[in-house]
Design a binder for this molecule. Structure first.
Ligand code: A3P
Length: 306
């Protein structure tokens, strides 16, 4: 049983090396908590994907919530009133997990819904259920791994069910060797990138591009999802998806989920490209660059770090 299944009274794991033992290398690929592995097994056996399902897929800390908000607004005609009062993580549930220990796992919430259902997943490409690939439209968001690492570090600092790991150990002993939930990053990103080349129902977007050109990316997404929105509606989606708007919006900023430890580090934290420069030492950056070069040797996936 994973900490993800326990209740709000859970105390933060104190020994991260002990905590690591709960993660399983699922089907020899990605590291996930045993509860997530169990949920995935159930999804493979029992969950029915429907034509019209829309999936936001990502490695954690890549702008998933941002994309969930955009997709949800686009699918609701750019009209925030249509989603008013609905928490984002319930509008777009996490297929194989749950953000709030008091809620049902995402696939259970989704079973009761009709098309078009919105969901998010962090599942690594080779583990994606065949039916999802056949039936759903999938939006994958990738983010440069240095900023992913920093954002992930803060999540570990804040979350009640994740252990605090000092930055030096976090980057060298956990992130780079791919020992975090859903790691390693490069396999996740590259596999999905390759899948997106052969599947027209996968749209591959970059966090850094969204930061630079939010409107153009919202338009691209709307076209991919087959939604014809007016210029005003697109503008509304953009406004509601600005970092400052999302940070202030209690329906999307996860402030309702106390296990996330917002008082230590808010979930919608900084939203910058290049925050990694405030964390990486020269030596850590050298090590990272060396690894990154090796990871990307066989791939044409382009990543912007600044
Ligand atoms: P930082 O911790 O670097 O600020 P995920 O949803 O995949 O866990 O990703 C979380 C990251 O996305 C956090 O990064 C968060 O601040 C950032 N984010 C969320 N909403 C955003 C927005 N509207 N604009 C830019 N970044 C956003």
């Amino acid at each position: 049983m994973s900490n993800l299944d326990r209740d709000n009274s859970l105390s933060k794991p104190t020994d991260w090396r002990e905590w690591l033992k709960d993660l399983v290398r699922y089907k020899d690929t990605t590291l996930i908590a045993s509860a997530l592995a169990e949920n995935l097994e159930t999804i493979y056996k029992e969950f029915t994907f429907l034509d019209g399902d829309i999936v936001v897929a990502s490695h954690p800390k890549s702008g998933t919530t941002w994309m969930q908000n955009i997709v949800s607004l686009v699918m609701n005609d750019g009209n925030p009133e249509k989603v008013q009062g609905q928490l984002l993580y319930l509008r777009v549930p996490w297929l194989e997990g749950k953000e709030d220990p008091e809620c049902d796992c995402g696939y259970k919430l989704l079973e009761a819904r009709s098309s078009p259902r919105l969901m998010k997943t962090h599942v690594y490409g080779p583990l994606v259920p065949r039916a999802m690939l056949d039936k759903a439209k999938i939006v994958y968001i990738v983010r440069n791994p240095k900023d992913v690492a920093v954002s992930y570090f803060h999540m570990h600092r804040a979350y009640q069910f994740l252990p605090y790991v000092p930055w030096d150990e976090f980057i060298t002993e956990l992130f780079l060797p791919g020992k975090l939930l859903y790691g390693p990053w490069h396999k996740h990103a590259i596999y999905w990138w390759e899948m997106s080349k052969s599947h027209s129902n996968i749209l591959f977007l970059h966090y850094e591009a969204l930061v630079k050109e939010l409107k153009a990316n919202v338009e691209k997404l709307a076209a991919f999802l087959g939604k014809k929105l007016t210029a005003d509606a697109i503008e509304k989606v953009v406004e509601e998806s600005f970092f400052t708007s999302m940070k202030a919006n209690k329906e999307v900023n996860y402030s309702q989920v106390s296990v996330m430890g917002h008082e230590i580090s808010p979930f919608i934290r900084k939203g910058k490209v290049g925050d990694w420069m405030n964390y990486f030492t020269t030596e850590q950056n050298r090590l990272f660059e060396q690894k990154f070069k090796a990871w990307m040797a066989q791939s044409d996936l382009q990543i912007d770090f600044v």
